[in-house]
Design a binder for this molecule. Structure first.
Ligand code: PMT
Length: 480
C-alpha cells in the first residue's frame, strides 16, 4: 500500500479537489489526511468514493489501486498493438473477435510484426488504416501519434514480445508502438507470448514486475505448445480469454446478469465400459466454455460443470470437473439455486450397466454384450426441480429436422429455450470441436435462425438475449 497516498491524491484530483471530496464524504481536512496516511478508508466512504467516481466516469479498484475510465456510450476504442513474435498471426484472430464483440479496433504493428503478418490483412479485418511508422508524414498530418494514443480507451498489446516488454519497462520510444505506450493516458494491457525460457528469464520477469508496478495489466501466457515448438509457459492466451479479460476489466455496461448465479454445462460425458474404456462423443466444450465466458463478462457468478475437455478454465468461474452423466447431474443439482441454467454439454443418453472394474479381456466367446440403461436427464431435472432456475436453456444437437426436433425437445424437457445446431452429416460444416456454429433459437415465440458465427459470438448473442429476458422480468415485476 506504499502507493496509496499518491493514488488517493489522484482520486481527489478526479473528484475536483480536496474541498469537493470533504463535502462528498462529510468530513474535515484532517480526516482526509488520515485516510491518506493510514492507507485505509471506512467501508461507507469507499462506497461513496466509488459511486462518485463512477458518476465521473471512473471505475475504482482499491485492491489494485487502479482507476479505469468508463465509457458511457459507444463501443470501447481499442488500440491493438501487434508486436513481432511467431504468435503475431493470432493478433489477426484477436482483432476479428474483438470486432465481433462490438469493440472498435485500430491496429498498430511493429516493424518486426510485419515479418509475420501484413498490415493489409489487419486493415481488411478492422476496416481501418493500420499504423506502423512513427515518422510518416501522412500519418502525422492525418493523425499524430499523440492523438492516436489519446483517442484510445484502451491500449492492448497482443502478442507482446520479450523485447517489446523490455522497451516498455525502459520507457523507450524508438518506434510508433513504443511511443504510443508512453504517450497514452489510457489503461494498457499486455498479453505476452514468447519462448518458455525467455519468459522465465529473470530479465523478463523483472521487466514484468516493473510494468505491473506502473499499473500495466498483464494477461499471463498459458502453458502448452508454444508457437516456436517448445512446451512450457509462453503461449499467447486464446483470443476468447483476452477478450473476456477486457470485458471484465473495462466494459462498463450495466448488465442484468451482474451478480446473478448462472449454471453452465459444457463438454462431453464419459460413460465407462470397463476400467480402461468409455463411451463418449466429440464435444470439445468450446460452445459451453464460451457461454461461461460471455456470462462472466457480464458480471455473472458462473458455475461451470464440465465434462473432460482440453480447454483452460474460464478465469473467474467456479469450475466443477466431472466425467459421467450421473456426476454431471449431481453436480448441477448440488449447485442450485441458480438464476439461469445453460445446458450446452453433450450428455450421453445411456451408460453401460455393470461397467467392469477390470479391463474386459478379448476371449473366444466373441465381443462382450453391453447392456445400456438411461442416464438421468439433467436438463429435464433442472426444469422440473423445486428450485428451478428462472430461465432454463438447453441445446439440441441434431443431424436432421433440426427445428422440429428442437421444438419437441423444448416441450418434452420443459425448458424455456432450446438452441438447436445441426451436427455431423456430410454436407454441413462440422460443429463439434469447430470454432464456429450456426444455431436456431427456439423460444415460446417461435424459431429464429442466426447466421453462422464464432462460438464466442453465439455465446455473446445468447447472453445478450438472456440479459434482455431478465430486464423484461424486472420491468414486469415492477408494473405488477
Ligand atoms: O462442445 P463443442 O465441440 O463446442 O460442440 C458444441 C455442442 C454441439 C456440443 C453444443 O452446441 C450442443 O449442441 N450441446 C448439446 C448436445 C446434446 O447433448 O444435445 P441433445 O440433443 O442430445 O440433448 C438436448 C439437451 O438435453 C442438451 O441441452 C443436453 O445438455 C441435455 N441432456 C441430454 C441428455 C441427458 N441425459 N441430459 C441432458 O441434460
Amino acid at each position: 500500500m506504499s502507493d496509496f497516498p499518491s493514488f488517493f491524491d489522484q482520486i481527489i484530483d478526479r473528484l475536483g479537489g480536496r474541498e469537493a471530496v470533504q463535502v462528498l464524504l462529510g468530513v474535515g481536512p484532517s480526516a482526509l489526511s488520515n485516510y491518506r496516511m493510514r492507507a485505509s478508508l471506512p467501508a461507507r466512504q469507499q462506497a461513496r468514493l466509488a459511486a462518485a467516481l463512477k458518476e465521473a466516469g471512473w471505475l475504482l479498484d482499491l485492491d489494485q489501486l487502479r482507476l479505469t475510465p468508463l465509457r458511457a456510450r459507444g463501443p470501447l476504442r481499442i488500440l491493438l498493438i501487434i508486436t513481432g513474435g511467431i504468435a503475431a498471426y493470432k493478433g489477426l484472430e484477436l482483432a476479428r473477435r474483438l470486432m465481433d464483440r462490438g469493440y472498435h479496433v485500430t491496429g498498430v504493428m511493429t516493424e518486426s510484426a510485419q515479418q509475420f503478418i501484413t498490415p493489409l490483412s489487419l486493415a481488411a479485418l478492422t476496416g481501418e488504416k493500420v499504423y506502423s511508422a512513427l515518422f510518416s508524414l501522412t500519418d502525422e498530418s492525418e493523425m499524430g501519434h499523440i492523438r492516436l494514443a489519446r483517442r484510445a480507451d484502451l491500449v492492448l498489446i497482443a502478442p507482446a514480445t520479450a523485447n517489446f516488454l523490455a522497451k516498455m519497462a525502459a520507457g523507450l520510444a524508438d518506434d510508433l508502438a513504443s511511443t504510443l505506450c508512453l504517450a497514452t493516458d489510457s489503461p494498457v494491457v499486455a498479453a505476452p507470448a514468447m519462448n518458455p525460457v525467455m519468459w522465465a528469464h529473470p530479465a523478463t520477469q523483472h521487466n514484468l514486475a516493473t510494468l505491473q508496478q506502473r499499473a500495466v495489466h498483464i494477461i499471463p501466457p498459458q502453458q502448452g505448445d508454444t508457437a516456436c515448438g517448445e512446451i512450457g509457459t509462453g503461449r499467447l492466451p486464446d483470443a476468447a480469454d483476452i477478450i473476456s479479460y477486457v470485458d471484465r476489466q473495462f466494459s462498463c455496461r450495466e448488465s442484468a446478469l451482474s451478480g446473478r448465479h448462472i449454471l453452465v454445462t459444457s463438454g462431453p460425458t464419459y460413460e465407462p465400459v470397463d476400467s480402461v474404456r468409455y463411451i463418449a462423443n466429440h464435444s470439445s466444450g468450446k460452445q459451453g466454455h464460451a457461454l461461461a465466458m460471455a456470462c462472466l463478462a457480464r458480471g455473472a457468478q458462473v458455475t461451470l460443470v464440465s465434462g473432460p475437455v482440453q480447454l483452460a478454465d474460464p478465469p473467474g468461474a467456479r469450475v466443477i470437473r466431472v466425467k459421467s452423466a450421473q456426476q454431471m447431474h449431481d453436480a448441477c443439482i448440488d449447485s442450485l439455486p441458480a438464476d439461469a441454467a445453460l445446458c450446452a454439454a453433450a450428455v450421453a443418453d445411456w451408460h453401460v450397466v455393470g461397467s467392469r472394474a477390470k479391463k474386459i479381456k478379448k476371449g473366444t466367446d466373441g465381443p462382450p454384450q453391453l447392456t445400456l440403461a438411461e442416464n438421468p436427464d439433467i436438463l429435464a431435472s433442472l426444469s422440473r426441480h423445486a428450485s428451478r432456475p428462472a430461465l432454463v436453456v438447453g441445446f439440441a444437437a441434431e443431424t436432421e429436422n433440426l427445428k422440429i426436433q428442437a421444438m419437441e425437445k423444448r416441450a418434452r424437457k420443459k425448458c424455456d429455450w432450446i438452441v438447436g445446431n445441426l451436427v455431423g452429416g456430410t454436407d454441413m460444416a462440422e460443429v463439434f470441436g469447430a470454432d464456429e456454429n450456426q444455431v436456431s433459437l427456439v423460444t415460446q415465440d417461435g424459431v429464429e435462425d442466426w447466421p453462422r458465427m464464432s462460438k464466442q459470438a453465439v455465446a455473446d448473442k445468447l447472453a445478450d438475449r438472456i440479459e434482455e429476458w431478465f430486464d423484461e422480468q424486472h420491468r414486469q415485476s415492477k408494473t405488477a
